[in-house]
Design a protein around this ligand. Structure first.
Ligand code: UT7
Length: 352
């Protein structure tokens, strides 16, 4: 079996910004409620003509830059997303073309907010098994396209963004443990009701919009309870594979769904909050992009050091959950090409 390491990471957030004050003008909510119940203050929002692949590509280029690799050096491309450009083809195929490497195998992982952890685990397994020497894993979302900006219980929570990691073969294995899980007993706890084979667009004759089938629906409290328990349990299980315990964690990057969920999880694990990154105030919940966005921020700030035991832990729709344990090995955050840099602007969202 080969070893695998994270060789570089990157992230990208679209220029549009939606603040709590903007949301106060859209629905019956307050900045105070949002901050107290979630920790969120702003979220980045893709432009109407920006799809998920459009923000995945700059994050991928940044990760490749950090890894010192060209797109052609990558054996496979994995995109974790709940908001693909199309139901098919996979967004990863479009990203591959945009990176100039049409022909490289590319596929999406659809497991909502757990997608990046599932993607890293899959990519690492492909490298360990000898299939590829390097795999590009991207978590990218344009959740604003499926958020109902008339529903205050969900619209304050979600944002758009992308993050990526380049995995590569190495001698000393840095991928110390992983656990993944899922329970589909009640998919409606957190789901997009329409557009799949259960309720295709064609089946509801123009009622798609009236029934809000194209928007995310969530039973927030049910998700909350599972989130804390499963993030803590996944972390402990993944660490145990490496013969480690939560005491050995140097840095933890949890899925950014709610600051209260993160607080409760680190408390349950008895991990000091200064070993944890929280950037939910700037991005909201970006689903499969939240871990790489937070990881990139922590690495850029010098909070993650070489040799550190780093846990990445997620949960989300499915329901699903998973954790990875990595030994950090020099990966830095790459630069997004200047052509993608845009000044911040007020976001436009569809409210009808
Ligand atoms: O990535 C994974 C996906 N999702 C999650 O992880 C979400 C997990 N769940 C949560 O983060 C929380 O459950 C929420 C943030 C969604 C909600 O927080 P909560 O503390 O569980 O609030 P709640 O649903 O119990 O609602 C409390 C009150 C209700 O009013 P009443 O019935 O007490 O009068 C809601 O109607 O807050 C009301 N409410 C709001 N008020 C102002 C719900 N949304 C809002 C809002 N602004 N945006």
């Amino acid at each position: 079996m080969y070893g695998v390491r994270i060789a570089g990471i990157g992230s990208y957030a679209p220029a549009g910004v939606l603040t709590n004050q903007d949301l106060e003008r859209l629905v019956d909510t307050t900045d105070e409620w949002i901050v107290q119940r979630t920790g969120m203050r702003r979220r980045h929002i893709a432009a109407p003509d920006q799809a998920t692949s459009d923000i995945a590509v700059p994050a991928a280029l940044a990760a490749l830059d950090a890894a010192g690799k060209q797109p052609k050096d990558v054996g496979a491309i994995i995109v974790a997303t709940a908001t693909p450009d199309y139901l098919f083809p996979a967004t990863a195929c479009i990203v591959g073309d945009r990176l100039g490497v049409a022909g490289t195998p590319a596929f999406d992982i659809s497991i909502a907010c757990s997608g990046f952890v599932y993607g890293l685990t899959t990519g690492a397994s492909l490298i360990r098994g000898g299939m590829y020497e390097s795999v590009l894993v991207i978590g990218a979302e344009t959740l604003s396209k499926i958020v109902d900006y008339t529903d205050r219980s969900t619209c304050v929570l979600f944002g758009d963004g992308a993050g990526a990691a380049v995995l590569e073969r190495c001698k000393d294995d840095r991928f110390l443990g992983a656990t993944l899980g899922a329970d589909g007993a009640d998919p409606t706890v957190l789901y997009l009701p329409g557009g799949g084979s259960r309720t295709p667009y064609s089946s509801v004759n123009g009622e798609f919009h009236d029934k809000r089938l194209g928007f995310v629906h969530m039973q927030g409290q049910s998700v909350f309870k599972v989130a804390v328990n499963m993030m803590a349990a996944s972390t402990t299980a993944a660490l145990a594979q490496a013969g480690l315990t939560p005491d050995d964690i140097d840095f933890i990057v949890p899925h950014q769904a709610n600051a209260r969920i993160i607080d409760a999880t680190v408390k349950m694990l008895k991990v000091s909050p200064d070993k944890c990154v929280v950037n939910i105030q700037e991005y909201g919940n970006t689903s499969s992009a939240s871990i790489p966005l937070a990881l990139a921020e922590a690495v850029a700030a010098g909070r993650v050091k070489d040799g550190n035991i780093v846990v990445l832990v997620a949960f989300g729709g499915g329901l699903s959950w998973g954790a990875n344990v990595w030994r950090w090995d020099g990966a830095r955050v790459g630069k997004v090409p200047a052509s993608y840099a845009q000044p911040e602007r007020a976001a436009q969202v569809a409210t009808a």
